[in-house]
Design a protein around this ligand. Sequence first.
Ligand SMILES: [Zn+2]
Ligand SMILES: [Zn+2]
Length: 136
Amino acid sequence: MATRTLEGGCQCGAVRYRISGEPVFAAICHCSMCRRAGGAPAVAWAMFAEDQVEFPKEKPKTYASSSEGRRGFCPHCGTPLSFTASFIPGLIDLTIGSLDDPAAIPPQLHYWDSRRLPWMKFADGLPVFPEFPPQG
Ligand SMILES: [Zn+2]
Ligand SMILES: [Zn+2]
């Protein structure tokens, strides 16, 4: 069976990525750090093994957004692209909104719903977790 390849990148096109295969996990995060880093009310993430993801042009620039996590963005246009952390070794989250076809990866759940903005309500029927979902 052919492996699905998905592509995406930043708004200016300097950073592009290519993904082989399916995400480990896809979800919408309502935490205050994603909100600030994304400049958006919530951020949809798709998680992959690091070796599923290639950056054929420039790589994202990263910064430490906490003692454990690093966030990646385009150094030219600032588009938020990635998240890696010591508590998810070998894994990389990519912003679903930066995919060329964001509809290709539907989120499976909402997490950090305890931080969700009161005016943002979803009727998608997906499971909701107040903080991180249980592992596994
Ligand atoms: Zn860019
Ligand atoms: Zn978050």
